[in-house]
Write a protein that binds this ligand. Sequence first.
Ligand code: 2AM
Ligand code: CA
Ligand code: CA
Ligand code: CA
Length: 272
Amino acid sequence: MVKESLQSMYEQAKEWVLEAGGQLRESIKTDVLVEYKTSVADLVTEKDREIESFFVSRISRAYPAHHILGEEGINKQKLSDPKQGWVWIIDPIDGTTNFVHQKQNFCISVALYEQGEPRLGFIYDPIAGELFHALAGQGAFMNEEPLPRLTETRVEEAVIGINSLWLTPNKHFDFKPIQALVREVRGTRSVGAAALEMAYVACGRLDAYLSLRLSPWDFAAGLVIAQEVGAVTSTVHNQPVEVFEKSSVLVARPGLHQVITDTYLHSSSPRR
Ligand code: 2AM
Ligand code: CA
Ligand code: CA
Ligand code: CA
């Protein structure tokens, strides 16, 4: 694939993301049908399905040979080997709970991978009017503004994104070292939308973000964007994130990533 066509996919996908975001912005003015998925805390709305369908129809018309992996499973085609060919990874609404309860702090997350390699990433908060985007190798942007490369910071001066579940006894992780981290940092934030929190690390609003169990659509675009500004990404066990597997995620400024893994996470052995 020549570079021009990746560039044209970038421009095309950016238009789709902005159009879909416009639909979500309109939808918060009306009542939206909400259903439970696996539990009362796991919501899905008619808009999640509509937005994913929008991308599936646009992508399959423009790029019929490409594969699509979306949270709501609109595209039923089975992906035999996601590391072959072109794969779009879509979270139509990341932060559905925020979408329903707050009508803000949610985003659309869209990524494109080729042979398992990151190519494009988009994270769009249509309420704030902030589109984070990147073409791998060409830097990351918020709207038209290039995002500067991340510099180092000390843990005492860091504001980190973390979910409160980390701080309670859980079957995955020893939470005591995490409590030590939370005591050490300047502050913690829980936005409630994983992709948006990764974008916030990329633009410097957060110095690190860590989450225990996410899916490809939660982090695929965030990985592309964060890596373009020099953020360090890994699992919480400091292994590379496998983009097509469920995974924990730690994304942080350089330096801070190492302090968090060496000092706080290394001593937290997984419970299974
Ligand atoms: P979602 O809104 O697209 O479901 C906070 O809940 C963050 O974790 C959101 O980014 C949310 O994505 C993600 N998440 C992943 N798995 C989840 C689950 N089973 N229930 C709720 N949120 C989940
Ligand atoms: Ca969901
Ligand atoms: Ca999500
Ligand atoms: Ca979602």
